[in-house]
Ligand binder design. Structure first.
Ligand code: FE
Ligand code: FE
Length: 165
């Protein structure tokens, strides 16, 4: 099992995800600083703390598999984060359009993470890696909750205020 091509592929994808989470952790403070509303800034602050947990959970996943935790550049996350930075450049400070843009950027991140954790959790399940499956499912739930929180903020006031600007 451990030397199977599928197992190796699974571990490679975990390394990609590990890089992605670490890259996100570096960008979240920029998103927090750029946010107009206190609620969105708080959301980014909270998710940075949660992202630290995602990283340590992935380290436990590697450990449970007897593999070294290491990151391999994730081109997709790099692109999504780059887009987030350009949204900040393209929107004015202290506007709700800025926040609407930041929600868009952050939801792209969360959807990417949801897709990745969801699939890797199923891979772990099929390979009988129970501990890895449990850890990946835990983070998956948190990514879904974060996405829901962002939708809530957008629907509650961000989009309406952006339209009125
Ligand atoms: Fe995450
Ligand atoms: Fe996330």
């Amino acid at each position: 099992m451990k030397n199977s091509d599928f197992h190796k592929f699974f571990v490679d994808e975990l390394k990609d995800l590990y890089w992605a989470e670490n890259a996100l952790l570096k960008d979240l403070p920029k998103m927090q600083a750029a946010a107009t509303s206190e609620e969105l800034a708080k959301g980014f602050e909270k998710h940075a703390e949660e992202t630290k947990q995602h990283i340590s959970r992935l380290e436990k996943v590697f450990e449970s598999l007897g593999e070294k935790a290491e990151g391999v550049k994730c081109e997709a996350m790099e692109g999504i984060l780059k887009e987030g930075r350009s949204i900040i450049e393209d929107t004015a400070k202290d506007t709700m359009i800025r926040d609407a843009g930041l929600v868009l950027a952050a939801q792209k991140v969360e959807h990417y993470e949801i897709a990745t954790y969801g699939t890797l959790k199923v891979f772990a399940s099929h390979m009988g890696h129970r501990e890895a499956e449990r850890l990946l499912a835990e983070t998956l739930d948190n990514e879904k909750a974060t996405n829901g929180y962002l939708t809530g903020l957008a629907e509650r006031f961000i989009n309406a205020k952006a339209v009125a600007e």
